[in-house]
Design a protein around this ligand. Structure first.
Ligand SMILES: [Zn+2]
Length: 314
């Protein structure tokens, strides 16, 4: 099939998968998935909620196949109003989820944190999320967010284009390590590399803050094995599954088969993440992608729920 007709088919599938009936069916299948594992639901540590204006800009970027997404065709499956998106997560049986948001410039994080605190207050199931950026007042607003009850932080090294080991961030990392608040960080070089992505800059952060509860987003793709090395060296490093192992990702950043035993060994430090709503396939596909790794029921139970329940005390 030529590339363009393949894209047409994908577009059509995407439209079909977004109709109300298809969503009901998908919700049913997702519930059967976790019900079959004997779980009370799912916990998804990597979902995006942000002010509508910002989210629409992100969607426009995906529509335009921008360079940070590697110029890939990336139809957003769940392009819906905020209330519909949170209702969908409830229908899927996602018991707890995050509001991953991140600044791409200075003087933005504090405002995003204000929005996220309000979102968490008005949204059952949302783990209060905050973010940060290397700038003069970062320690102050990170402390304020932790005191206000932030349960998780998001840092985006690729979009933010900063060195995570930047001197201005040191006290903030120290504070988060001390408070044992996890940080989900997009620090791998997928889908496209940034100036400070890859395992090396974050290894420097961990050398100074070995107790930082780092959650490597996207399993660190495409540097999967280097980030597994980091997790094996540091007890507090975890990885989220976001987009990893899916048909979409396997086409251009396949997970190396030889590393599967390491996933089993790190089974208590791999956490379900999805990237909902910004995914070019149905949510259910991420779950099937984990299941078909063949690592077993206990592994799936831990990854899809129990590891995050322990980490966040849920
Ligand atoms: Zn994401």
């Amino acid at each position: 099939m030529s590339r363009s007709s393949e894209e047409l088919v994908r577009e059509r599938l995407h439209q079909v998968s977004s109709t109300p009936t298809a969503l009901d069916e998908e919700a049913g299948e997702i519930r059967r998935f976790w019900g079959g594992l004997g779980l009370p639901g799912l916990i998804d540590v990597h979902t995006h909620f942000m002010p509508e204006r910002v989210l629409h800009k992100v969607w426009d970027y995906f529509d335009d196949h921008g360079p940070l997404i590697g110029g890939l065709g990336w139809p957003i499956t769940y392009r819906k109003q905020e209330a519909e998106r949170t209702a969908l997560l409830r229908e899927f049986g996602v018991r707890a989820f995050t509001a991953m948001l991140y600044p791409h410039k200075p003087d933005m994080a504090r405002w995003l944190n204000g929005w996220a605190a309000d979102f968490a207050r008005r949204t059952p199931g949302c783990l209060h999320t905050a973010t940060l950026y290397p700038e003069p007042d970062v320690e102050t607003y990170v402390r304020e967010a932790v005191e206000a009850g932030a349960r998780v932080f998001k840092a985006h090294v690729q979009v933010g284009a900063y060195d995570p080991a930047d001197e201005r961030l040191q006290r903030a990392w120290g504070l988060l390590a001390e408070a044992r608040v996890p940080v989900v960080m997009h620090c791998g070089s997928g889908p496209a590399p940034g100036r400070h992505t890859g395992p090396e800059p974050i290894a420097r952060v961990l050398a100074r803050h070995p107790k930082l509860r780092l959650i490597v987003a996207h399993m660190g793709m495409p540097e999967y094995e280097e980030f597994l090395d980091l997790a094996e060296r540091h007890d507090e490093v975890r990885l989220d599954t976001t987009m990893a192992f899916t048909d979409f990702t396997e086409r251009f950043m396949p997970f190396p088969h030889r590393a599967l035993p390491r996933l089993t060994a790190l089974g208590d430090r791999v956490l379900l993440g999805s990237d909902f709503p910004n995914i070019p396939y149905p949510y259910l596909h991420q779950l099937h992608a984990l299941e078909r790794l063949g690592l077993g029921r206990d592994w799936l139970r831990a990854v899809c729920h129990d590891n995050a329940a322990t980490l966040f005390g849920l």
